[in-house]
Design a protein around this ligand. Structure first.
Ligand code: ASP
Ligand code: MG
Length: 424
């Protein structure tokens, strides 16, 4: 059994879906589970729709209409028969949103978010399954919510591994012996059967959960890049593809923000020793990156850039040391505000943290933190992480920059910095 994951970019239009179908067509006779994300940038649109609904904005119906039009445009290109049942199926799936937005938004915002945003994956997987079915008969749509079980932390469902594993092993595996399954990334359900999502970009993670619980032979993530590169081409002209990567390095790179794989993806498949192949859906026969249990280091240093960071320093009001007590208090504040820490450095009387800028989160965090601490922060700073750094690589990235913070471990160096000219 192999698991394939296709992200939003691979199914952003009819052409993309045909391309995905041609990739799947090359695996005739193999047992496959296909995990697919929402099409193109639809998740962003559905997030916008959620906000519009929660704040009862006037453009609510307009946004929803645009989401529908986008999908029906693709359907019209893929299916010449206007009576194909997929049209009705998609209409009915969108009706869930119609029903929801008819009422006043009285439920918890995160719950509402999941009910609306999950529709993106539901429709993309239905369209892909229906289209594949026109080409080969043995394809069926699979509702991921019957198999991925989470708690009721909406927007960031925590997977109940025991239940999920049992369902997939006993109920999904036998089905996949009979047909190719097409299912959704990113979504699951609570014990009361309410839909949850696993956090933005969570489809890779879903694919890893399915792979682990199916004891798959391999997981292939099909991307619009040729594999894992040693830097994002957005920042560096000369990037190199890393042909082979250890699980360990893959986790480190993903953790520090290499967007090619979602950080939670590696652990479940590493535990089962399932190889992860990162391949280009644009050049499906080209070599990509193979991630497995390797012992060797990366052949080249890797760079991960994060812009729009906040660097925040915390000082106790009474100038006592930053002791464990303060740290656990600080960590729980970050946790409560759902802010993920990207770098941190502890000194005798201060604690510095960098994280992604979000105006609202920063404001509310500041309100809580300033009650107990003196706090200073800078916005608009960058964070670069270098895996397998040396002085040359550090000099290269810090050219014309002011370094605000540098944290080094044996193989990883993190630098928080900003442009020299911006500094006063
Ligand atoms: N569609 C979801 C998102 O854009 C999940 C994913 O693509 O992985 O965040
Ligand atoms: Mg997506």
């Amino acid at each position: 059994m192999k698991v394939f994951k296709f992200g939003g970019a691979s199914v952003k239009d009819a052409e993309g879906i045909k391309n995905v179908a041609s990739i799947i067509g090359k695996h005739k006779g193999e047992r496959l589970l296909i995990v697919v994300s929402a099409m193109g940038k639809i998740t962003n649109k559905l997030e916008e729709l959620t906000t519009a609904y929660l704040t009862q904005r006037e453009d609510l119906h307009q946004i929803f209409e645009a989401v529908k039009q986008y999908h029906f445009g693709i359907l019209n290109e893929l299916f010449t028969d206007a009576n194909h049942p997929v049209f009705n199926d998609i209409v009915n799936t969108f009706v869930e949103i119609d029903w929801l937005i008819e009422e006043e938004p009285n439920d918890a915002p995160d719950y509402i978010y999941d009910q609306i945003v999950s529709i993106g994956e539901l429709v993309s997987s239905k369209i892909l399954a229906a289209y594949l079915n026109t080409l080969q008969p043995n394809v069926n749509w699979v509702d991921a919510r019957n198999f991925i079980h989470t708690d009721n932390t909406y927007r960031e469902g925590l997977v109940n591994w025991e239940k999920t594993n049992a369902e997939i092993e006993h109920n999904l595996k036998p089905l996949l012996m009979q047909y190719i399954g097409v299912t959704q990334g990113f979504i699951g359900s609570t014990s009361e059967n309410f839909t949850t999502t696993l956090g933005r970009d969570g489809s890779d993670y879903s694919a890893a959960i399915f792979s682990a619980c199916l004891s798959a032979e391999s997981l292939t993530i099909w991307k619009d890049v040729p594999g894992v590169l040693n830097a994002d081409p957005k920042w560096f002209d000369e990037t190199e593809r890393i042909p082979q990567l250890s699980y360990h390095d893959a986790i480190e790179l993903a953790y520090y923000g290499a967007t090619v794989i979602h950080p939670k993806t590696i652990k479940p498949i590493q535990n089962k020793n399932i190889p992860l192949y990162v391949r280009s859906f644009l050049q499906p026969d080209a070599e990509g990156t193979d991630i497995s249990e390797l012992k060797n280091y990366l052949p080249v240093p890797s760079f991960i850039f994060k812009v729009n960071q906040v660097l925040l320093s915390i000082f106790p009001k009474d100038f006592s040391f930053i002791i464990e007590e303060n740290l656990s208090d600080i960590f729980s504040l970050f946790h409560n505000h759902r802010i993920k820490i990207n770098t941190m450095l502890n000194s005798a009387i201060s604690f510095s943290i960098s994280f992604d800028y979000d105006e609202k989160k920063l404001e509310s965090l500041m309100a809580d933190l300033s009650a107990g601490y003196k706090v200073k922060y800078n916005t608009g700073v960058e964070l670069v992480t270098i895996r397998y750094y040396n002085q040359k690589t550090i000099d290269r990235v810090t050219l014309n920059k002011n370094v605000l913070l540098e944290v080094k471990s044996r193989h990883t160096c993190q630098i928080v910095m900003r442009d020299k000219k911006e500094t006063t």
